[in-house]
Design a protein around this ligand. Structure first.
Ligand SMILES: [Mn+2]
Length: 427
C-alpha cells in the first residue's frame, strides 16, 4: 500500500493555522534565547531511524501472542510497511533485516522495491539464539562461545552468510547480539567463554568488507539467568577494541540493569570513539521493549543531551551513529507504536539541540548545581513538538502522523488487503 501524497498535503493544510501559531510562539521563545531555529529544523530533518523488520508484527511474551491483523506476511510487505511509516514521518528511511527471517528471493527486486519507498538497508542482524530447521548443531548451550568447535564454526558461518546477504542489499554493517550465557553457577568458565567468543568474532570481523562496521550488542541477563558472555558495555568495549577499528559497541536501552546511568555509558563510549549505534525502546523492569519514551522520557532526553554533546565535541572521531528502534508491540498496532517511538526520539533530540551548552558549562565550572539542574529541566519542560512538526512538514511528511494514520484507517485497509489472520515472522 502506498500513501498518496495528496492525502498528506490535505492533512497539513487542514492543520496549517493551528501549527503556524504554535510554531511561531516557540520560534519567538527560542530566538529570544539566541538559538537558530532553522539549524535545529535542519538537524531534525536529517535524523533517520531504522525500523527493524521484526517489529512490524504484533509481538508476544512467552505466555501468548495476540496478532492484530493485516500484518506483513513477506519481506515485500514488511518493506511496504516501513515505506508507509516513512511517508508519514520522513524519519524512518531505513529497514534493518534479520537473517534467516528475511532472506530475499531476488535481491535486485527487493532493492528496487525499497528504493521506490526511499528506503535504505540498515544493519543486518544474525540469529544464533534459535535453532533453525535442518541445522546440524544446536545452540542450546551457546553459539560463538560454545565449547565444541563444530558449533562455533556453524555460528561463524551463519554470521558470514548474513554479511553476504547484506552486501547484496547494500547494507554496511552487522549487529551481533549473542544469547550466549549460563543459567547456573558453575556452568561456564567465564574467561574461556569470553575468549572463545572473541576468537569467533575475530573470524567474522576478518570477513567484513572494508567499508563495513560490526556492532557488538550487550545484555546483562536473559536468556542466561546467571551470566551472559557479553553482559555490559565494558565487555562490549573490550571486544570492540580487540577486534579492530571497524568494531563498535551498540547500546540497547533495554539491555541494562535497573537504574544504570545509561547517559554516562553513552558519554564514555563516545569519548573513546567506540559508540556505533543505538537500539531504542523503553522499559520499567528489564528488557520490556516498550514504546520509546513511554516510561522514562527524562532519561531519554539526558541520553540525547550526551549524544549531541558528543557529536559537537568529537575529538575521538566517533562515527555517525546507527539509530534503530528495537521494540516489540504486544498490545498496540505496531505501526502506530513505531510512529510514537520515532516521535519520542525526535522530541528528545530537539530538546537536546536547544540546551545552552556554554551556560551549562559555566554553571558546572562554578559548581552551581541548582542552576545546572534548572537549565536542563527548563529544556525538558519546553514543548518542542511544534519544532518537530515543522521539520516534518518541510520534508513533506504529515503534521500528525498518528492522527493521519487513524484518519485514513490504514490498519483497516491493510486488513482488507492482507487478511485478518496474518502473522509476521519475528519476535
Ligand atoms: Mn537490541
Amino acid at each position: 500500500m502506498k500513501l498518496e501524497r495528496e492525502l498528506i498535503f490535505t492533512h497539513n493544510e487542514k492543520n496549517g493555522k493551528k501549527h503556524g501559531d504554535q510554531f511561531q510562539q516557540l520560534t519567538d521563545r527560542l530566538t529570544g534565547k539566541g538559538l537558530s531555529v532553522e539549524q535545529i529544523i535542519k538537524d531534525l530533518g536529517a535524523l533517520q531511524i531504522a525500523i527493524p523488520s521484526w517489529a512490524l508484527g504484533t509481538g508476544g511474551t512467552r505466555f501468548g501472542r495476540f496478532p492484530g491483523g493485516g500484518e506483513p506476511g513477506s519481506l515485500e510487505e514488511k518493506i511496504e510497511d516501513v515505506g508507509l511509516l516513512h511517508s508519514l514521518n520522513r524519519s524512518s528511511g531505513a529497514i534493518s533485516l534479520h537473517i534467516p527471517w528475511d532472506i530475499p528471493d531476488d535481491y535486485q527486486d527487493i532493492r528496487n522495491l525499497a528504493s521506490s519507498f526511499g528506503l535504505k538497508f540498515d544493519a543486518v542482524n544474525s540469529n544464533t539464539f534459535q535453532d533453525q530447521p535442518g541445522q546440524e548443531h544446536s545452540y542450546k548451550f551457546g553459539s560463538l562461545c560454545h565449547a565444541d568447535p563444530h558449533v562455533r564454526k556453524q555460528a561463524i558461518a551463519h554470521n558470514k552468510e548474513v554479511i553476504d546477504h547484506g552486501i547484496k542489499l547494500g547494507s554496511e554493517s552487522i549487529t551481533v547480539w549473542l544469547a550466549d550465557g549460563s543459567s547456573y553457577p558453575g556452568q561456564h568458565n567465564f574467561r574461556k567463554a569470553l575468549l572463545r567468543s572473541l576468537d569467533s568474532l575475530s573470524e567474522i570481523y576478518q570477513y567484513l568488507p572494508e567499508n563495513w562496521k560490526m556492532f557488538v550488542e550487550y545484555k546483562p541477563f536473559e536468556p542466561g539467568f546467571y551470566s551472559m558472555v557479553i553482559p555490559d558495555w565494558g565487555t562490549s568495549y573490550y571486544l570492540s577494541t580487540q577486534l579492530g577499528p571497524n568494531a563498535y559497541s551498540l547500546v540497547d536501552l533495554g539491555h541494562h540493569l535497573p537504574n544504570t546511568n545509561i547517559e554516562q555509558v553513552v558519554a564514555t563510549l563516545m569519548m573513546t570513539g567506540k559508540l556505533g549505534g543505538f537500539h531504542f525502546n523503553d522499559s520499567k523492569f528489564a528488557d520490556d521493549d516498550l514504546t520509546v519514551g513511554a516510561i522514562k522520557p527524562y532519561q531519554l532526553f539526558l541520553i540525547f543531551n550526551e549524544l549531541v554533546y558528543g557529536m559537537h565535541n568529537n575529538e575521538s572521531n566517533n562515527p555517525s551513529l546507527a539509530w534503530m528502534i528495537d521494540a516489540s508491540h504486544n498490545i498496540k498496532d505496531p505501526l502506530e507504536d513505531l510512529l510514537q517511538s520515532v516521535e519520542a526520539i525526535k522530541i528528545a533530540y530537539a530538546q537536546a539541540l536547544i540546551v545552552n551548552r556554554e551556560l551549562l558549562e559555566d554553571y558546572r565550572d562554578g559548581h552551581d548545581v541548582v542552576m545546572a539542574q534548572e537549565l536542563l529541566q527548563d529544556v525538558f519542560r519546553t514543548d518542542v513538538r511544534p519544532l518537530v512538526a515543522e521539520s516534518r512538514i518541510r520534508e513533506n511528511a504529515a503534521f500528525d502522523p498518528v492522527g493521519l494514520y487513524r484518519e485514513l484507517q490504514i490498519r483497516k485497509r491493510l486488513i482488507g488487503e492482507r487478511g485478518k489472520k496474518t502473522i509476521a515472522t519475528g519476535l
